[in-house]
Design a protein around this ligand. Structure first.
Ligand SMILES: Cc1ncc(C[n+]2csc(CCOP(=O)(O)OP(=O)(O)O)c2C)c(N)n1
Length: 659
């Protein structure tokens, strides 16, 4: 390619070349899709995306999510060239310790990265959540469509579309008519192991159409005008999200183009140089970006973004004048500042009452909803079982976007992942719910929330074998251990109504840590010693010893009342014990050692944990662990509990055995 190339071709060549250089230098990374999809992102950035790199958190910016997170070098290159806070040196440090350019995009780590991606499929679901948040937020304010009105773009490969999660998300987006969501499908016919003929024969276009999407096609992924035309058309959609299938060549221009060999291996110096010079007409030293390319991005992307940004600032000033109260609310809530709305005190509760913690959670949700106008959420078709509805509230639907009740359908994974997207968007407080046993379906999305520091809220009810008749498939055993093993999560299993209100308050106050509330199906008595402050400490003495405790029982949730009953019975026989309620091990571990030692005032060998779930993990806190390390059984709850030893007599016997 000897002839002179125009600025657009030059820019695309520079983008591709930087991708080659970054991956070569790291000797690690995925050039395949980066080279194939470079023109798509070039077109999006220079002709459509509205954002301001100088204020990259501007609430009304367009969102772009790289669902195919392995093509991270392409995203970093776009962010660098378009003026985000990402230097060329950072691109040179691709995939190195401490760099801002980790192997896969990490939200909060790199300026301009909108979502943590890499686990395939999750980017699509997060983008769906962002598009939902955009619609919800616009509807929650008077004339809110002035405040929030933007597009959400997402780039997916074959991998994301093969993941089951993508179909959950696509189906949901079609049903919700998220017309401002635009998905680019990099259709390069290749995945990691080889050609698509190995694994994927479905008609992807028909699949999207069947799910309620518009489908457009770009026959040549190098044709900027063709891509541009498709985006323009997609933006006109009034009632459907749009998928643009773009035919690209994996590893475009390299000697291994069109094959899986270029999916995830650096080109190497020789092929890299040859590809840059011969295929792209780009004969420069490594990591060179011609000045005119930077200027071109300034004149297109940055200029357009700034124009929109400045117009928005003017609009905000006007809005502030005409809608002072609404504006104050918008300003506070889009900063995530809920403290001024949330009551510090929890209600008074009447002794002698009994309530399941799932019901208590429903009451707490409805109480806090009155104070927190941007609370929105729902469940995966178990709203009446997990008690996730806002009473008298409207459903979030295409014609009632102001509704706060989301019917997620039976799509747990997409629900959890889309919640991440909603939180990433900003402006909303969210929660999602399902049975604890199905937390596994959501696991990877929960993990992403933890990595991304998102204050997601999970309501997990039916929290033990006390589910009864539904049997082992519906009785959680190892699930609490699984959740607790995640870094950066608060798992809270309240023991009564009071603790549940406290747990909800903590969840709503959290800014960077997800919270899982573990809720009972069965009624639990209000416990005299339960305390709001105690929950805030994660664990506390809920029922003190008489004088000199010989043992210390640490219980959570529904087992706290059993522990207290055992304490009473043991005392009758002259055995003094202390009972600690430990709704959240993680929060307890965050307390000062002095406090922890005061609560757990006996040595490890004199402590007993009591939880009607797997004992896994409890050995760290107590030598003796009373729990269930097999699967459950189908029977009425009372019989199941008796069968597994969760009766007063059996537990007391166990304690005596220790002594
Ligand atoms: C959930 C998940 N499974 C597996 C992987 C490993 N992986 C990364 S990329 C990839 C292939 C993706 O194919 P495609 O989306 O077509 O990307 P391309 O080959 O075009 O780069 C695989 C299997 C992953 N990142 N996430």
């Amino acid at each position: 390619m000897a002839e002179k190339i125009n600025i657009e071709q030059l820019a695309v060549a520079a983008i591709r070349s930087l991708c080659i250089d970054g991956i070569n230098k790291a000797n690690s990374g995925h050039p395949g899709m980066a080279l194939g999809s470079a023109p798509t992102l070039y077109t999006l950035w220079t002709r459509h995306l509205n954002a301001n790199p100088k204020d990259s958190h501007w609430i009304n910016r367009d969102r772009f999510v790289l669902s195919a997170g392995h093509a991270s070098m392409l995203l970093y290159t776009m962010l660098h060239i378009s003026g985000y806070d990402l230097s060329l040196d950072e691109l040179k440090a691709f995939r190195q310790l401490g760099s801002k350019t980790p192997g896969h995009p990490e939200y909060g780590h790199t300026d301009g990265v909108e979502a943590t991606t890499g686990p395939l499929g999750q980017g699509i679901a997060q983008a769906v959540g962002m598009a939902m948040a955009e619609q919800a937020l616009a509807a929650q304010y008077l004339d809110g469509e002035k405040l929030i009105d933007h597009y959400t773009y997402v780039l997916s490969g074959d991998g994301c579309l093969q993941e089951g999660l993508s179909q959950e998300a696509i189906s949901l987006a079609g049903h919700q008519k998220l017309n401002k969501l635009i998905l680019f499908y990099d259709a390069n016919q290749v995945t990691l192991d080889g050609g698509l003929d190995l694994t994927f024969s479905e008609d992807v276009k028909t699949r999207f159409i069947a799910s309620g999407w518009n489908v457009l096609e770009v026959s040549d992924g190098n044709d900027i005008d063709e891509i541009d035309k498709a985006i323009k058309q997609a933006k006109k959609s009034k009632d459907k999200p749009t998928m643009i299938m773009i035919h690209t060549v994996i590893g475009y221009g390299s000697s291994k183009q069109g094959t899986s060999k270029v999916h995830g291996s650096p080109l190497g110096m020789e092929d890299g140089k040859k590809t840059k010079v011969e295929a792209y007409g780009f004969d420069h030293e490594e990591f060179h970006v011609p000045l005119e390319v930077y200027k071109h991005f300034e004149a297109t992307f940055a200029k357009r973004g700034l124009k929109h940004y400045e117009a928005y600032q003017k609009l905000l000033t006007k809005y502030q004048k005409s809608h002072a109260v609404e504006f104050a609310k918008f300003a506070a809530l889009t900063k995530g500042d809920v403290s001024r709305y949330l009551p510090e005190e929890i209600p008074e509760f009447v002794s002698g009452t009994s309530e399941s913690t799932r019901n208590a959670s429903g009451k707490a949700l409805n109480a806090y909803m009155l104070a927190l106008p941007n609370l929105i959420g729902g469940s995966a078709d178990v709203a009446s079982s997990v008690i996730t509805k806002i009473n008298g509230g409207t459903n979030f639907e295409p014609n009632t976007r102001y509704g706060h009740n989301i019917n997620w359908g039976i799509r747990e994974f997409a629900m959890a992942s889309a919640q991440n997207g909603m939180l990433l968007h900003g402006g909303l407080k969210t929660y999602v719910g399902c049975f604890l046993v199905f937390a596994d379906y959501m696991k990877s999305a929960i993990r992403t929330a933890c990595i991304s520091n998102l204050p997601a809220i999970y309501l997990f009810s039916h929290d033990s074998i006390a589910v009864g008749e539904d049997g082992p498939t519906h009785q959680p055993i190892e699930h609490l251990a699984m959740l607790r093993s995640l870094p950066n999560i608060h798992v809270i299993r309240p023991c009564d109504e009071r603790e549940t209100f406290s747990a909800w308050k903590l969840a709503l106050k959290s800014e960077k840590t997800p919270t899982a509330l573990i809720l009972s199906r069965q009624n639990l008595p209000l416990i005299e010693g339960s305390s709001d402050k105690g929950v805030a400490h994660g664990g506390y003495v809920i029922s003190k010893e008489k004088k000199n405790p010989r043992l210390l029982i640490i219980a959570t949730g529904s087992e706290v009342s059993l522990a207290i009953a055992a304490q009473k019975k043991l005392l009758e026989e002259g055995i003094d014990v202390r009972v600690v309620s430990m709704p959240s091990i993680e929060i307890f571990n965050e307390q000062e050692a002095k406090y922890r030692d005061e609560v757990l005032n006996l040595p490890h060998k004199k402590r007993v944990s009591l939880e009607m779930l797997s004992t896994f993990g409890w050995a760290r806190l107590a030598k003796h662990n009373y729990g269930i390390d097999t699967f459950g059984a189908s029977a009425p709850a009372k019989d199941t509990m008796a069968h597994f030893g969760f009766t007063l007599d059996k537990f007391v016997e166990f304690i005596k055995g220790i002594l």
